[in-house]
Structure formats: structure tokens, C-alpha cells
Write a protein that binds this ligand. Sequence first.
Ligand SMILES: Cc1ncc(COP(=O)(O)O)c(C=O)c1O
Length: 428
Amino acid sequence: MDATRRQFLQSVSAAAAASTVVGKAEVSAASTAEREAGAAAASAGTAARAGQQSATDPLGVRADFPVVENGIYLDSPYIAPSPLQVIEAGQAFLDAKAHDPVPLGAMLEETDRVRRKFAELIGAKEPEIGILDATSAGENLVANSLDLEAGDNVVIDDLHYETTFVLYRHLEKTRGVELRILESEDGAASPEEFAELIDDRTRLVSVSWVSHQNGYRHDLKALAELAHAHSAFLYADAIQGIGMLALDVEEIGIDFLTSGTYKWLLGGFGVAPFYVRESLQDLVKPDRLGAFSIARNLGDFRFELHKSGRKYMYATPAFGAVFQLRAGLDYLLQVGVENIERHTVSLAGHIHESLTDQGYEVLTPAGNKSAIVTFNHGRDHERITRALDEAGIQATLREEGGQIRVGPALFNNAAEIEKFLDLTGRWM
Ligand SMILES: Cc1ncc(COP(=O)(O)O)c(C=O)c1O
């Protein structure tokens, strides 16, 4: 084996072993030089948020979001703009790649830092967090770990994301699993309606915590209780919720959850934290193995493999996005997700009420507690697209342009919402 390859393998297994030690006592296996380089890259993007709180900037964040200079961005349910701190962290990583690449040990330390911070954000423990490459990867792993058989059923609703339908339709064909899809009523899918579909052959209940379609916020606690009462599990696709809404997985009793990071977590593409409740870690097996699976080298090409959430990262992930995510998590923890929830849900509530008063058919249930609102505009969609463009407003046009979806984020303010509502008012 050549020296470079040997060094690589040693650094992987050493850093991997070091990363099993949790908390302040963590000892890095990386060299001093690696630690210094890693610390430099890791400190990028940690600047405190710039702004003072004010009526036009209730969370004191607007100076960090260059997007607010361009117009009114209400499209965070599609892709959320990042604050400068996240961009700086990504840029520092790229600059280092050009001049003095961040060493592997430091990148692994950053990944574990992300696991700890994400755990902090959702009330979990670091060993319960893995790093995957996309939201969809989590549900694939969970579904494939359950060894579903003919006669088993999986219960979802029609407010879910496309991945889920593709996945279970495939398992229906290949394993004879029954897919039960609850039809939402007036934009909602209540636990009571789920209860009618769940029985003792239900193995998994899966929902998108906040639906990308209309922002409907599922009652995860009630669904977890329902699933558990039938010895089933609850999976949540949380990409439209985490970073927008506060969550405590312990309190809620959720079993598995995944979230991509390019929406409300303010990060980039290519990494997605994956939560598996500690007692279920043995059940959800990694579907691939590699050098990063090694917890301890036993010699003679034998290895002890990671057992906790660390086991899902079998090889180099998108480390650039890991650095961005760390800065995004720092930012969210600094602003406080409870504050973000209060601000964004209140703006969305105002949008809902005003659109209803203006006479629109709003597809999000009244009183829904998320930041997403979808409505039928009932007009020629090309005209609507032009009007939004001219007003400098960015939103998603869904269902062949007939629906508008908006999602105020932490950087939006009431004046922007009024401008949007002025425009919708003029269409009626
Ligand atoms: C609810 C929901 N789940 C998943 C995704 C995307 O998933 P992935 O990270 O697997 O691409 C989206 C993207 O819009 C979404 O809205």
C-alpha cells in the first residue's frame, strides 16, 4: 500500500474513533496542523448576526440576507436564501480547497459538530444523528430496514412529497406491501382520519411534518401515539419544518426523521441530517459500507463498525455543504427557532386571513401553524407570473400555475407582506 493511501486509511479510522467520544471531552485524532486548518475553516461564518431588532426587522436579521435587496422573497419553501454567515463558511471551504485544502480529520470534526448542533436543535442526542445526502435517503433507509412483507401496510396521506409515493408504490409491486393513502379534506389530514387506516398490520406511518403542498402541519405527537399503539413506527419528512418550527423529538415520540438543508435550515445541497431514535438504531441498518464505517481497526483487515448515527456516513459526504450547514445551525440557534416560528407563523396567519377576506380559495386550513400558505388565484397564470415579476415578488406557482404558494421566512417583514397583499387585492 502506498504511503498516501495508508495515511488516508489511518486518518479515517483514527478520526472515526475519536468522533465516537461525545461532548467536551472529545479528543481529536487529527494532527495539530489539521486542527489549525480545520479551526480556521470552521470559524468562518460564525460572526454574530448583524442587525438590531426593529419594527421592520423584528428578528434583527435582514442585514445578513442580501436577498432582501432584490425584492420580496416569499419562496423559502422552494429554496431558502442563505445568510452571509453561511455563504462565508462555504466560501472559506472553497478558498481552502484552492490554496490549502481542509484536512480530512478537520472535516470529520466539523461533521460531528453538525451532528451535535442538529441534535441540540431537535432535542435529540448526537449518537441519534446520521448524515445522509438527501431527505429522500432517510425514508428509503427506514422503509428498506423494516423488511416489509406481503400483508403489511404503510399509511401515508396525499399531502406527502413525491418520493414517498414512488418508494411505497415500488414496495407494493416488489413486496406486496399495501399502501394506504389518506385523502386530505379541506387541506388537512387529522390524526382521527389516520386512525381509521391504521391497524395491527401497519408497520409505518409516514408524513411530511409540514406539507410542501399547502403547509399543513401534521400533529406528530398524536400520530406517534397512534402508530405506537399498533406497534408501528412514525417517520417524518421534516425538510419543510425544521428551522421554521421548534421541535423536541423526545417529547413528541417520533421514531425517524430526515431533513435536507437547503430550505429552512439555511444551508446548501448534498447533506441531510437523519434522526433515528436511540432504541431503534439497530433496526435501521446502513445500506452501504465503506472506510468511514470503521469505528476501530482490529488488524488483519477486520473492523469494528460504528453503531450509532455515525454509521450512515460510509464515505466522504458533501463536506462543503457540511460547513455551510454548521454556519446555518449556528445562525438558527442564535436567532432562536421559537422566535422564527412566532414571527413566520404569524405572518402566514395574516396572509391567510387577508386572502380569505379578499375572496380567494385558500388551500391551507385556517388556523394552521406553519409558515406556508397556498391558494388558488383563479386568474390567467401568465398574467399572474408577470404581475409577480413586475412587483419583484418571488413565490411558487404550483399545479400548472393555478396555485400560488408563499412562505415568509425569518428575514421577511410585515411591510413586504402588505405589498404582496396589495397586489393580490388588485387581482380580485
Ligand atoms: C416535503 C419535501 N420533502 C422532500 C423534498 C426534497 O427532498 P430531497 O432532499 O430528497 O431532494 C422536498 C423538496 O421540495 C419537500 O418539499
